[in-house]
Design a protein around this ligand. Structure first.
Ligand code: RIB
Ligand code: CA
Length: 307
């Protein structure tokens, strides 16, 4: 694996089972200096996503990483409730400690602006694991600060694949299509990782057993989280690991294949709201369409299992 320099990252997230595995991967990877976690309503309400960010950090004893609560809902729509997938606690009922500290704030956009304004321009990457509401509000309210973002890597969308919340729409984009349109059109250096790739990165029951047998907290919790995913969803002998793909691409981009596409977002009110189309009127976004699945899974499990 190419050695990446340590990079300062902000994780924007709606934990969420797969968010939790992704956050644990980041915390177990020395390449990431996690500056903070901003939360957004998505898989479940903001109070629960915020509490869960604190619980995940507590599992790793990371009271050095602040959690800042963000958007309580999409810019202009009603959000979805996916408690049936992520459980009423948002973490599939998996045991996590209580947060080590209260959230550091409840205005993620103000915190993002302040953090970006005081850091070297381009030095911070945002790893986006949920609806893009917080980032869209930053672009709208503080465009100069948004321009200081080094890179956004986001899980979202479905390009040539069917959707998972509508026939053509994926959850993170469909939860707030207006936010996605604003972020895609903002001229940021952006890489989108859609279902076209994340559905190829799949964990089996053997993987979850292996992780839990390590006795390493991050691996044990990740194995239990994915097992909960097996319980709450249908889909044969494996389950896709959507959000961890964001951290995996940041760790070793050579394991992914990206191409720049002009993407338009359906901001209508049909079941296609949030669907992505490739057309000349769209915004240029780098989109991951290929992945070396076995290699990224190996990297994920190695990092989670490291003592
Ligand atoms: O479509 C998958 C995405 O929606 C993931 O981020 C998952 O956590 C849910 O938020
Ligand atoms: Ca998520």
């Amino acid at each position: 694996m190419q050695q990446n320099p340590t990079r300062t990252v902000i994780i924007d997230t709606d934990p969420g089972i797969d968010d939790a595995v992704a956050i644990l991967l980041a915390l177990k990877s020395a390449e990431f200096d996690v500056k903070g976690i901003t939360t957004v309503a998505g898989n479940i309400g903001i109070a629960t996503t915020t509490r869960n960010a604190g619980r995940i950090l507590a599992l790793e004893g990371r009271n050095d990483v602040p959690v800042i609560a963000g958007a309580t809902g999409p810019l202009s729509r009603k959000g979805f409730d996916t408690a049936d997938i992520h459980g009423n606690d948002g973490l599939g009922g998996v045991a996590f400690p209580d947060p080590l500290a209260a959230p550091a704030g409840n205005d993620a956009v103000a915190w993002l602006r302040e953090t970006l304004d005081t850091a070297d321009a381009g030095s911070i990457a945002i790893l986006a694991l949920g609806p893009l509401t917080n980032i869209a509000r930053l672009v709208q309210e503080h465009p100069d600060a948004a321009k200081r973002i080094g890179r956004v890597i986001a899980m979202g969308g479905a390009v040539y694949e069917p959707g998972n919340i509508g026939p053509r729409s994926e959850f993170n984009i469909a939860a707030d299509p207006e936010a996605a349109e604003i972020v895609f059109d903002a001229g940021l250096e952006m890489t989108l990782i859609p279902l076209d790739v994340t559905r190829k990165v799949r964990a089996t029951r053997d993987d979850t057993a292996m992780l839990q047998n390590t006795g390493v907290p991050a691996a044990v919790a990740s194995g239990a989280l994915i097992d909960a995913y097996f319980q709450s969803t249908t889909g044969g002998e494996s389950r896709p690991l959507h959000d961890p793909c964001v951290m995996l691409l940041a760790l070793d981009e050579a394991l992914f294949g990206c191409e720049t596409l002009k993407l338009s977002v359906d901001t209508g009110t049909t079941r296609d709201a949030g669907a992505l189309s490739v057309d000349e009127t769209g915004s240029s976004v780098s989109v991951a369409l290929k992945v070396e699945s076995a290699a990224v899974l190996k990297l994920l499990y190695e990092r989670l299992s490291a003592e």
